[in-house]
Design a protein around this ligand. Structure first.
Ligand code: NOJ
Length: 503
């Protein structure tokens, strides 16, 4: 098995992880200072949300230089130190490659917008108004009901931006754009990174002449863009990575909510190695709903021999603990699903603590997409500053003292120690890492499935109900439970168990 099929990937939102210089913003040296914590937690790879120079109008997803480090995060030499020390501990490092758009401050766009004949004019998507004076098409940009087009006075044309007007879309149909972007990959591959999470990568190819269906425009254009030529671009990107030793990985953010559509972006094992499967972020906490999404994922990806991924939280959506109403028993069950389903799990920093979103007062709102709550700083210590030497850029979530790493570390029954045991269990059982997933079923409110390898069979059972459930199938040696003391044959309210069955 390649490493990225076995790995547990931990997402770090660097601004909110750990600050070492007191400016209230997390930095690369902060990440480096927590490598021992991450090793002890048991993760195998880190994905860092963007750390490149940026005016931060979308907090780094608006890149103004693809081959540098924003000073707020540190320097290239800090980055090299981080990669070296992570590798020394056997932890891999993935960067976040934002290829669909740049910042409007990027020199390419500054030149592009300067005249219709500039060297970079065709590097972005410029269009005249339609003959009747209307917009080039009816696409809507993210986080608004506004058009994905902005009129530029200087040259009298519209430019396309699927996100903010300060995030103009690159024109991937232009071969020079593709070569320049491939070079940015090589820059980081040469520095030893193990791969990339690729931002909205399904957006690269576009059919500008096609309007979106009127009834779906509320979704914005991004989840509607599914165009054949993107697969050609992905094959080129894959071959850039393939020229390097060490199984460098491409993990795509394919923001299409149907696993069957997502599966096509793995190509014939010549496009993405992995793609996010966001359906789990939107699946209600019901046994049947989870069975359906597991079944759908297994069949869509299984059909093309593609390896699944699972995710519970990220920097764009409410945290799992918030979605589950702060019920930590349910969060434990959700973490067990994340780490025992077949596929590569992506664990968002702070979920190992059961963190909830912070409440953001109106005067503290900074994100144009309303996502500040899930980006609040990690509380490291019990003390009022939670280990942050300066006032952090966003407020802490509530109960930072009891939720802190320091407090949970010393409590055997804490979420943190539960997550550590869960990760260790996964590491110790080939069946959980690479075994087949079989016997998926729901009995009453209990979802269960087995993971099977040559020499072992493990059963995962989750009671989705707020009341005990009888389950005839609860027999076997208990390897992990979220409850303290459960009777045989019965699952406590919201209990999850992992059992070892005799094969
Ligand atoms: C998806 C990223 O996850 C999100 O944070 C960002 O705002 C958009 N892409 C635009 O880059």
């Amino acid at each position: 098995m390649t490493w990225w099929r076995e790995a547990v990937v931990y997402q770090i939102y660097p601004r909110s992880f750990c600050d070492t210089n007191g400016d209230g913003i997390g930095d690369l040296n902060g990440v480096r200072s927590k490598l021992a914590y991450l090793k002890d937690l048991g993760v195998d790879a880190l994905w860092l949300s963007p750390i490149f120079p940026s005016p931060m109008r979308d907090f780094g997803y608006d890149v103004s230089d693809y081959t540098g480090i924003d000073p707020v995060f540190g320097t290239l030499s800090d980055f090299d130190d981080l990669v070296r020390e992570a590798h020394e501990r056997g932890i891999r490092v993935l960067l976040d490659w934002v290829a669909n758009h740049t910042s409007s401050d990027h020199p390419w766009f500054v030149d592009s917008r300067s005249s219709t004949t500039s060297a970079h004019r065709d590097w972005y998507v410029w269009r005249d108004a339609r003959p009747d004076g209307s917009l080039p098409n009816n696409w809507v940009r993210a986080w608004s009901e506004e058009a994905a087009w902005t009129w530029d006075e200087t040259t009298g044309q519209y430019y396309l931006h699927c996100f903010l007007p300060s995030q103009p879309d690159l024109n991937w149909a232009n071969v020079d754009v593709r070569s320049a972007m491939h070079e940015t990959l090589r820059f980081w591959l040469d520095r030893g990174v193990d791969g990339f999470r690729m931002d909205v990568i399904h957006l690269l190819g576009k059919e500008i002449e096609r309007d979106d269906p009127e009834e779906l425009r509320v979704l914005s254009h991004t989840p509607l863009n599914d165009v054949a030529v993107t697969h050609d671009y992905l094959r080129e990107i894959r071959s850039v990575l393939a020229a390097y030793e060490g199984d460098r990985v491409a993990v795509g953010e394919v923001y299409l909510l149907d696993p069957e559509r997502v599966a096509t972006y793995y190509g014939d094992n010549d496009e993405l190695h992995l793609s996010f499967n966001f359906a789990s972020l939107f699946t209600p906490w019901r046994a049947n709903a989870w069975r359906d999404i597991i079944e759908k994922t297994e069949s869509a990806l299984g059909a093309v021999n593609a390896w699944p991924t699972w995710v519970l939280s990220n920097h764009d959506n409410a945290r799992v603990a918030t979605r589950l109403g702060g019920d930590l028993q349910r969060v434990r069950a959700a973490l067990v699903l994340l780490l025992t389903l077949r596929g590569t799990p992506f664990l968002y920093a702070g979920d190992e603590l059961g963190m909830e979103d912070a409440q953001i007062a109106p005067e503290r709102v900074v994100d144009p997409g309303g996502r500040d709550g899930c980006r609040s700083p990690i509380p490291w210590t019990v003390s009022a500053d939670h280990g942050w030497p300066g006032e952090p850029w966003l407020p802490f979530a509530s109960r930072g003292d009891v939720m802190s790493v320091e407090s949970q570390d010393s409590d055997e029954s804490s979420m943190l120690n539960f997550t550590r045991r869960l990760l260790a269990l996964r590491r110790g059982h080939v069946a959980l890492v690479s075994g087949e997933l079989v016997d998926l079923r729901v009995e009453g409110d209990v979802l269960s499935f087995d993971r099977v390898s040559d020499d072992s069979r493990l059963r995962v059972m989750v009671n989705f109900k707020d009341a005990p459930a009888m389950s005839a199938r609860k027999s076997g040696r208990v390897l992990l439970t979220s409850a303290s003391g459960s009777a045989d044959g019965q699952l406590n309210a919201n209990e999850v168990v992992v059992l070892e069955l005799s094969k």
